[in-house]
Design a protein around this ligand. Structure first.
Ligand SMILES: *Cc1c(COP(=O)(O)O)cnc(C)c1O
Length: 397
């Protein structure tokens, strides 16, 4: 693993540690249930929607909070031909637990990381001629062949060679002796909008780049561009492989994306009442004393907070479910605790509180949390901290 760089002369050294923050043998009252049956059904629904195209489940950011290793193993068992992650470390983690499926690391790379890609048989995104050259040299030096997908920027300005100057990369790649160019890909900037004109323009630019192969009578590598939004809303962008992230987890990227694929969310975030009290008028609740009642209320405290990824920005708007009914979180959300106003209803220590998920007709959705926190569903899912234990529910055989 490359060590973090410490400025010379500071007298400091460093070591890298990826450690679970919770003893896995002990179940905290606050935990996240991941329904693997639903994830499997979502994968199958996406596969059915795209017909004979290949599906590459995207597992970055701890599989959008669902757990990198467990979700990878599930996707593997369902026959996913390729897995996608953002970072080298995510790919190495999957190799270390025995996942042998091809894995594309989609993000930008440093020259110093290339030997680790080769050692762990991870597929690199080559996003410039210089990067491709560095990959070729590293592969030649270690006597192996590197697997590469070429990254084309068609209008995102993140990584990738610009579509208007991509030809030298495609040419260099077709001549490289220690590189197998398995794929070529691009990424949409606005496929989650109701106006798909920019997406269509991006797709058109991608096709222009791909015409290189026809003009040179060279075999075209596997083409891919569709994220969740394009999978649902832009069938002409499905190409050879699709790359579903959030849709796989049962959540749509935005309200604008047409609901063409039947998927359901797989997460239920649970906690319990750990304290009960009566609060009098004129006695403000939580940090900053921002909230108080004008009549006596019953109130419970729940052991979850922004230190778990329950966003502080939801202070004043969040709601939870208790006994199937919605109640407001009042006062500021703390690091490890929140207070819930139950008016004059009853509750007891140990009663279940749902932070996310449903009972009966009532539910709290990822979209609700995103709206309360003034963010997008992606940030809610990926923000649920590793301090929250994951409990996996298996598909009944
Ligand atoms: C994150 C990501 C995806 C998946 O995006 P969703 O909107 O979650 O489907 C696909 N491709 C790339 C390059 C990504 O970075």
């Amino acid at each position: 693993m490359p060590s973090p760089r410490i400025p010379a002369g500071t007298g400091l050294s460093a070591h890298v540690l990826h450690e679970p923050t919770i003893d896995e043998g002990v179940l905290r009252p606050t935990h996240l249930e991941v329904d693997l049956g639903r994830l499997a059904a979502n994968y199958r629904a996406i596969q059915a929607h795209v017909g004979d195209r290949a599906v590459m489940p995207i597992l970055k950011a701890n599989a959008y909070g669902h757990g990198l290793v467990e979700v990878a193993k599930l996707m593997d068992s369902l026959g996913a031909p390729y897995l996608g992650v953002a970072y080298l470390e995510e790919g190495i983690r999957l190799r270390r637990v025995g996942v042998t499926t091809p894995i594309l690391v989609m993000g930008g790379i440093l020259g110093s990381q290339i030997p680790l890609f080769l050692e762990h048989d991870l597929t690199l995104a080559a996003s410039s001629v210089d990067k491709l050259r560095a990959i070729e040299q590293a592969a030649a030096a270690s006597g192996v062949r590197a697997k590469v997908h070429l990254k084309i920027d068609t209008g995102m300005e993140r990584i990738g060679v610009h579509y208007y100057s991509a030809e030298p990369l495609l040419e260099a790649a077709s001549r490289a002796e220690h590189i197998d160019v398995e794929g070529i890909f691009s990424h949409f900037a606005n496929a989650d909008s109701d106006d798909l004109s920019h997406s269509r323009l991006q797709l058109e630019r991608f096709h222009e780049v791909l015409s290189f192969y026809e003009r040179r009578s060279l075999p075209c590598p596997m083409r891919h561009m569709a994220n969740s939004a394009a999978i649902a809303a832009l069938p002409e962008a499905h190409l050879d492989i699709v790359r579903p992230g959030i849709l796989l987890y049962g959540v749509y990227p935005s309200p604008e994306v047409v609901r063409t694929v039947p998927v359901t969310p797989a997460l239920t975030w649970k906690s319990s009442v750990v304290y009960f009290k009566v609060v009098k008028p004129g006695h403000p609740v939580s940090y900053g004393s921002t909230w108080q009642t004008d009549h006596m209320v019953r109130m419970v405290t729940v052991p979850v907070g922004y230190g778990d990824g329950y966003p502080r920005a939801m202070s004043g708007s969040a709601e939870v479910l208790l006994h199937g009914k919605r109640y407001p979180v009042v006062g500021r959300i703390c690091m490890d605790q929140v207070m819930v106003n139950i008016e004059w209803d009853s509750a007891h220590n140990g009663d279940e509180v749902l932070l996310l998920g449903g009972v009966g007709d009532e539910s709290v959705t990822v979209e609700d949390l995103a709206e309360w926190a003034k963010t997008i569903p992606y940030e809610i899912l990926t923000g649920i901290n590793t301090r929250v234990p994951r409990v996996y529910l298996h598909e009944s055989p």
